[in-house]
Design a protein. Structure first.
Lengths: 111, 209
């Protein structure tokens, strides 16, 4: 349960453990951030170099964006933690409707 | 356990944002809202992609004439960094460090304002240099609606953070306001998620052609 207050007779021991865990998680977050910056820089450099065909470059930068968003959702927004089943359902339902809308507008709507 | 009870570092719960029933419900409700926001932004992206470069004549500016890499890059870095600084704020919230949390939130807000300033400059530039306005073409309408909606979300997020900080400036952390700060930071991350797709789909793919 998330709301556990102290597991040991001495709350300061528990506090020390929790501080350590929080610090560890923060370290993971910083690593996540560095990777996100790295992917962003790759995308921008790939477009700036301008020597790839757009058939190659578009899927690559889209893939990098998806990876970056997965990091953001699962690490920064904590979706990797336990007890996030319902909210995952909410988000993916929204995503399913959204992607079908995009597919429709790109294929059926002819302008 | 009262929501306004004072806590010490040792008694502060490990996940204060979900320690009360109200906090749990807010968390669930907020993610339902984010599911809806996903649909909203996806439909704006769909509209943009369908109407991209649909202009009335050959003189009107297209995506590849408008966008510039350096400006988009700086804006992206500002928003990405502000996402990390709000993670730092929540890290200190979980450690019951109110002052540090406030400090990181102030940095987050400053980065958000810088991003918004760049966006205003950018829109102003397009209108005056390229006559690319909301009503000049279908492309213009779709572009300003999508990117402007995101900018509106940034402005709302800033207002949200500022109101929370002003209202709780002298209260310190408790189980009444911990979920509020946490939800606001989730919203801020979501704004960044949307921006990742905007800079990729609108700007980078627009420059590729």
């Amino acid at each position: 349960m998330a709301n556990e207050q102290s597991n040991s007779a001495n709350p300061n021991v528990d506090l020390k453990y929790r501080r350590k865990k929080n610090a560890e998680e923060m370290k993971h977050q910083v690593v996540t951030f560095v990777l996100m910056i790295f992917f962003t820089v790759i995308s921008f450099v790939a477009v700036a170099m301008d020597d790839f065909s757009h058939w190659f470059i578009k899927p690559v930068i889209l893939l990098l964006a998806v990876i970056q968003v997965v990091f953001q959702l699962y690490y920064f927004m904590h979706m990797k933690h336990k007890g996030h089943g319902t909210i995952t359902l909410f988000l993916f339902s929204g995503l399913a409707v959204g992607l079908i809308t995009i597919l429709t507008f790109l294929t059926i709507v002819w302008l | 356990m009262h929501a306004d009870e004072k806590f010490t570092d040792a008694t502060w719960p490990a996940s204060p944002e979900k320690a009360t029933l109200e906090g749990k419900n807010k968390y669930l409700g907020f993610w339902l809202f984010l599911g809806g926001e996903t649909v909203l932004f996806a439909s704006l992206f769909a509209t943009y992609l369908a109407l991209k470069d649909k202009v009335p004549n050959g003189e009107a500016a297209l995506a590849k004439d408008l966008f510039e890499l350096p400006l988009t890059f700086v804006a992206t870095m500002l928003l990405l960094t502000s996402s990390l600084t709000s993670v730092y704020a929540m890290y200190h919230m979980k450690n019951n460090h109110f002052k540090q949390m406030q400090a990181w939130l102030v940095i987050t807000i400053a980065l958000g304002f810088a991003f918004l300033g760049l966006e205003i400059y950018e829109f102003n530039h397009y209108v005056h240099e390229f006559h690319h306005t909301f009503t000049s073409s279908a492309f213009g309408s779709a572009f300003y609606t999508l990117v402007g909606f995101h900018g509106g979300h940034v402005a709302f997020g800033l207002l949200w953070f500022i109101s929370l900080m002003v209202r709780n400036a002298r209260r310190g952390l408790n189980l009444y306001n911990a979920p509020k700060f946490y939800i606001a930071s989730l919203y801020w991350h979501f704004i960044d998620v949307v921006w990742v797709f905007i800079f990729t789909v609108v700007y980078l793919m627009g420059m590729v052609g």
